[in-house]
Ligand binder design. Structure first.
Ligand code: RTP
Ligand code: MG
Length: 144
C-alpha cells in the first residue's frame, strides 16, 4: 500500500497580523491542530508575486487596496502540511469577514472591523489543492 501524498497549504500572516504581533499565535494554532510547519519566512511581498497570487480578484473594487495593504508591511509566509490541511486551515481561519467569523477561529477571535476593509483579516489560506501548489510555487520558488 502506498501512502497518500503529503497535503500542503500556503498560509500567509498578512501585514496586520505581523504588525499586531500575532504571527506566533497563528503558528501556535496551526501546530496545536497537529499540522507540521514545512517552511516559514518573513518577507516583503514582491508586487509581481502579489499580482499572480490575487489574479482571480483583478478588476474587483477591492483589488488595488488589497495589493497596497499587502505591501504595507512584512508578511509571514508559511507552508504547512498534514492530512486535510487545506480545508483544515480554512476552518481554523474562519470566515473572510472578521466581524462575521465565528469565535474560536483566528479571524473570529483576533480580527475585527477596524473601520477599514475586510482585507485586514490577518491570514490567507489556499482554497484548493491547485491553489496550494500554485501559491507555494509563487511564495517559495526555492522549494520547487
Ligand atoms: P484569503 O484568500 O486571504 O485566504 O481569503 P478568502 O479566500 O477568505 O477571501 P477571498 O475572497 O479570496 O479574498 C481575498 C482577500 O481579499 C480581501 N477582500 N476584501 N469586499 C472586500 O473589501 C474584500 N473582499 C475580499 C480579503 O483580505 C480577503 O482575504
Ligand atoms: Mg481566497
Amino acid at each position: 500500500m502506498t501512502d497518500a501524498p503529503i497535503e500542503r497549504t500556503l498560509i500567509l500572516v498578512k501585514p496586520d497580523g505581523v504588525r499586531r504581533g500575532l504571527s506566533g499565535e497563528v503558528l501556535r494554532r496551526v501546530e496545536a491542530k497537529g499540522y507540521v510547519l514545512a517552511a516559514v519566512k518573513l518577507v516583503d511581498a514582491d508586487p509581481a508575486v502579489l499580482a499572480q497570487h490575487y489574479a482571480e480578484h483583478e478588476g474587483k473594487p477591492f483589488y488595488q487596496p488589497l495589493v497596497e495593504f499587502m505591501l504595507s508591511g512584512k508578511v509571514l509566509a508559511v507552508v504547512a502540511e498534514g492530512q486535510g490541511v487545506i480545508p483544515g486551515f480554512r476552518s481554523l481561519a474562519g470566515a473572510t469577514d472578521p466581524t462575521a467569523a465565528a469565535p474560536g477561529t483566528i479571524r473570529g477571535d483576533l480580527g475585527r472591523d477596524w473601520g477599514l476593509k475586510v482585507q485586514q483579516n490577518l491570514v490567507h489560506g489556499s482554497d484548493s489543492a491547485e491553489s496550494a501548489t500554485r501559491e507555494i510555487g509563487l511564495w517559495f520558488p526555492e522549494l520547487g
